[in-house]
Design a protein around this ligand. Structure first.
Ligand SMILES: Cc1cc2nc3c(=O)[nH]c(=O)nc-3n(C[C@H](O)[C@H](O)[C@H](O)COP(=O)(O)OP(=O)(O)OC[C@H]3O[C@@H](n4cnc5c(N)ncnc54)[C@H](O)[C@@H]3O)c2cc1C
Length: 426
């Protein structure tokens, strides 16, 4: 089996190493077989460790190799959807439970970091959303009001306040969510993996699940050199979902997101940018997300390739946008470029799916999975224990016209750039 190749990212260069997880080379028996060692799979296993159910994880690569080791590290508590629209999907009781779960996602991340003493540069100065244009401002007004009513710790920001918070006059206003923050994402994933190993959970790397078949009263996950025999299967493969379970790929659309990062900025430059070190993102056509890391490197990301693929990792536009926002970056040395695949859903909500008796999947975080995938793991663990999770358990639904999604992405990105040009966004 070929050994994992890691993306050449800032996170890979700076995360504390984790020993290489060996491939599965035998038949192992457990209660819950987990496919995917990102936040979803690792958090599921860690939350199962509190019960007497034995979990085993297999990953095609190594823990944190997927989005969990590539993301912007923004612990973002928010769903884009308005509560009034979320309400339409659920009964009143389900709505209350879902909203509570969303409101607790960030606490869960920072609690796990504390409980398992995960060294991952975790800070919690809040998450800021920057808005340009009248339409965006009126949306954020409605969004903030509705989320405040259901308990979110969010405040609207006027132009002056957001300018002081971020050190750029680009935005007309925005929103501060005090619950958010940031982590070094790969260190967080590896910390979860270390916590799993300490509680006796086995993790096998370079072990793709190639099929899931029935066996006796349970399921058999087959990897090239070994098998996991289990009662329940959890799939946590998100934007890297392959065909190991037929049809799962059709429930999401994988879209590339790219990041570029500088070397540590000189103090006189760093002191002018996001002085409280908030995690920041934008709303709009083709939005950016950014923050300074623990060593004052600018980490700047965005969606945007028209094909939806990572392609040649062309981050020139991202760097230009960063310099327009913060002219002090004009002499910055850009060091790393990398990308990964987020999993989008058409309804903008993540999904806990029941695929078959005792086969569940958690995926579709729409690019906001640091907090939500961690929470999804907790919810999947509750489901595996036979209890009722707070998130609803849905049947998988194929996205209509899924085969045309590359055209849909191109259309969305081109439309986004046009929208941005009208709202003087970068
Ligand atoms: C560039 C980028 C920036 C982002 N920034 C942010 C951010 O700042 N904040 C935020 O909240 N979210 C962000 N996200 C999204 C977030 O990273 C994801 O939602 C989250 O990491 C999903 O975690 P996961 O465990 O579900 O999936 P992943 O971490 O992607 O893990 C899936 C795992 O499944 C494995 N796998 C796939 N198929 C198989 C198989 N057949 N057998 C075995 N293993 C398999 C893969 O090897 C992989 O390790 C970003 C994503 C990207 C790509």
């Amino acid at each position: 089996m070929e050994q994992t190749k890691w993306p050449d990212s800032l996170w890979q260069a700076t995360a504390a190493p984790l020993e290489i997880m060996p491939p599965l080379k035998s038949k192992t028996v457990c209660d819950v077989g987990i496919i995917g060692a990102g936040y979803t799979g690792l958090s599921t296993a860690l939350h199962l460790a509190e019960s007497d159910l034995k979990a085993v994880i297999v990953d095609k690569h190594q823990p944190g190799w997927g989005c969990s080791g590539r993301n912007g590290g923004q612990v973002n508590p928010n769903w884009k959807v308005l509560p009034q629209d979320i309400r339409k999907f659920y009964s009143e009781d389900e709505f209350e439970r879902v909203i509570q779960v969303v409101n607790q996602t960030c606490d869960l991340v920072f609690d796990l970091v504390d409980r398992y003493a995960i060294e991952c540069e975790a800070i919690r100065p809040g998450y800021v959303l920057g808005i340009v244009g009248r339409a965006g401002m009126s949306f954020i007004e409605k969004w903030s009001e509705q989320w405040q009513v259901v308990g979110a710790d969010v405040v609207r920001l006027d132009k002056k306040t957001i300018e002081d918070l971020l050190g750029t006059d680009h935005y007309d206003g925005g929103m501060l969510d005090r619950r958010g923050g940031s982590v070094q994402p790969l260190s967080y994933a590896r910390g979860l993996a270390r916590a799993c190993l300490k509680t006796g959970i086995s993790i096998y790397g370079d072990s793709p699940a190639v099929s899931i078949t029935r066996s006796n009263d349970g399921w058999l996950i087959s990897c090239p050199q070994g098998e996991v025999s289990c009662r329940t299967v959890v799939i946590g493969t998100n934007g890297y979902t392959d065909r190991c379970w037929p049809g799962l790929t059709k429930t999401i659309v994988p879209v590339a997101s790219l990041i570029t990062s500088t070397t540590p900025l000189p103090d006189d430059v760093a002191s002018q940018i996001i002085p409280n070190r908030n995690a920041v993102s934008e709303s709009g056509g083709v939005p950016h997300y950014y923050r300074l890391d623990a060593e004052n490197r600018m980490v700047f990301g965005g969606r945007g390739t028209i094909t939806g693929k990572i392609g040649a990792l062309d981050t020139r536009k991202l760097r230009q946008a960063a310099v327009k926002l913060f002219p002090g970056l004009k002499d910055a040395k850009w060091e790393y470029d990398w990308g990964g695949y987020v999993a989008m859903t058409t309804h903008h909500r993540p999904m806990l799916l029941k695929l078959e008796d005792n086969i569940f999947a958690g995926l579709g975080y729409n690019g906001r999975g640091v907090a939500m995938a961690t929470m999804m793991g907790k919810q999947l663990a509750i489901q595996c224990k036979g209890e009722r999770p707070d998130l609803t358990v849905d049947a998988p639904e194929k996205i209509p016209f899924h085969q045309f999604y590359p055209a849909g992405i191109a259309w969305r990105i081109i439309g986004g750039h046009v929208l941005d040009s009208f709202t003087r966004r970068i």
